[in-house]
Design a protein around this ligand. Structure first.
Ligand SMILES: [Cu+2]
Length: 414
């Protein structure tokens, strides 16, 4: 779509310009401070040693204004469509909620059964950059697991990886179901069984030591527990903020939302004007102390940990440490493209950046038009019913909208 490409290029150019203006403003500010401060200022002390008209800014790499560079390379996944083995299909992952194989126990409780397989996989995390990853069901992040408060959850976990792993779910459950002490050796299996409680937004991850390694290599996913009285209907989506340490030096080289750097910059997330958007936002980022999310030209209601139906904040930025998460709700008043990204700008420049494309109505053409991963191949042990068909034939408590499908009315609790 030439028009949309022009829009995107304009945004990128405008972004560069804004950055340049911001950088020059920042250093102008530094200079003013140096000139106005009479004592104890390194800049001024250096000035006195030089000719009066010359301004020398010390502490940098040369005279005059310093320049700012992002550490390392800024790589872009603009050719993601041609890549061979992506960590995940971010567009599919975005709105894919897995409700498991559903049945009812003798006492009337809803039982949801899942199969999760840990496996080693060599994934292309950015163009030409491959990483030996460890995955749940072959993707980073692993599948989003969703249930309603009070449901019984059974997770059959198979470790087909080369290292011992576990599954540790956040939430309330018994000690032996906590995925810490029962270590599952390669080739082993374990069934985790617990009640989904309380309602909220959680995560699951491997809990083997060294944790840094088992998490940074990809073993995590999102676990949503809906309240018995469902939240209002919305266009719902999952966003996991993560990173990749591709050279194993305990520092991230790439940052993403939903597994592929810059993906949604080139494949904007299409949403409808005035429609309620609900984002389940989780930070799994290893190594870095914080991560954050900033929404452009708008504000959102934030429900921290999703454990309340009353929002905690009305803001345009939220900062999480590792493992923190929150539900964001907002709608856009005006059509057009809007950025969302880490407000930790280094992360943004290394891939944690995306776009919402707000449309007047859904009949407008789909400019994302990217289908790679539609026929995702799951490990053979997995009954595909568990992870694909259920997404589309869910007996949903809260309304889940796949883009392009009509929104289904909420049906109440199970
Ligand atoms: Cu592990």
């Amino acid at each position: 779509m030439p028009r949309s490409k022009i829009i995107l290029i304009s945004i990128l150019l405008a972004g560069s310009l804004t950055t340049a203006v911001a950088i020059s403003s920042f250093f102008s500010g530094v200079l003013v401070i140096a000139q106005n401060n009479n004592n104890n200022n390194a800049f001024l002390k250096e000035d006195k040693k030089t000719t009066p008209r010359e301004t020398v800014v010390t502490g940098g790499h040369g005279t005059g204004y310093n320049t700012v560079r992002t550490t390392g390379d800024v790589l872009d996944s603009i050719n993601a469509d041609e890549r061979t083995d992506l960590a995940i299909d971010p567009m599919k992952y975005l709105r894919e909620f897995n409700y498991g194989k559903v049945s009812t126990t003798d006492n009337g409780t809803t039982l949801r059964e899942f199969t999760i397989v840990a496996q080693d996989k060599n994934l292309e995390v950015s163009p030409g950059v491959f990483m030996d990853a460890w995955t749940f069901n072959g993707t980073i992040p692993g599948p989003t697991i969703r249930a309603t408060e009070g449901d019984l959850i059974k997770i059959k976990f198979l470790n087909n990886g080369s290292k011992p792993h576990t599954m540790h779910f956040h939430g309330i459950h018994q000690s032996q179901m906590d995925g810490v002490f029962e270590i599952i050796a390669p080739g082993g299996s374990f069934t985790y069984e617990f009640t989904a409680e309380p309602f909220g937004l959680f995560l699951y991850h491997c809990h083997m030591q060294p944790l840094e390694e088992h998490i940074s290599k990809g073993l995590y996913g999102v676990y949503i527990v809906d309240p018995k009285t469902p939240r209002p209907p919305a266009d719902e989506m999952v966003m996991v903020m993560n990173g990749y340490d591709t050279d194993f030096d305990m520092e991230n080289n790439f940052y993403t939302v939903n597994g592929v750097p810059n993906y949604y910059m080139h494949h904007p997330i299409q949403i409808e004007k005035d429609k309620l958007i609900r984002v389940y936002l989780v930070n799994t980022l290893e190594f870095d102390q914080i991560n954050n999310f900033h929404l452009h030209a708008n504000l959102f209601h934030l429900y921290r940990t999703g454990t309340s139906l009353v929002p905690d904040e009305y803001t345009d930025i939220v900062t999480f440490s590792q493992g923190e998460r929150g539900i964001l709700e907002f709608s856009y008043k005006y059509p057009g493209p809007y950025m969302f990204h880490a407000h930790k700008t280094e992360f943004a420049e290394k891939g944690w950046t995306g776009l919402f494309l707000v449309k007047d109505d859904q009949s407008e053409p789909d400019v994302t038009a990217f289908t790679k991963g539609e026929n995702a191949v799951y490990p053979s042990e997995i009954n595909n019913d568990t992870f694909t068909a259920q997404t589309k034939t869910k007996e949903s408590q809260s309304t889940v909208v796949s883009y392009g499908e009509q929104q289904q009315p909420s049906q109440g609790g199970s």
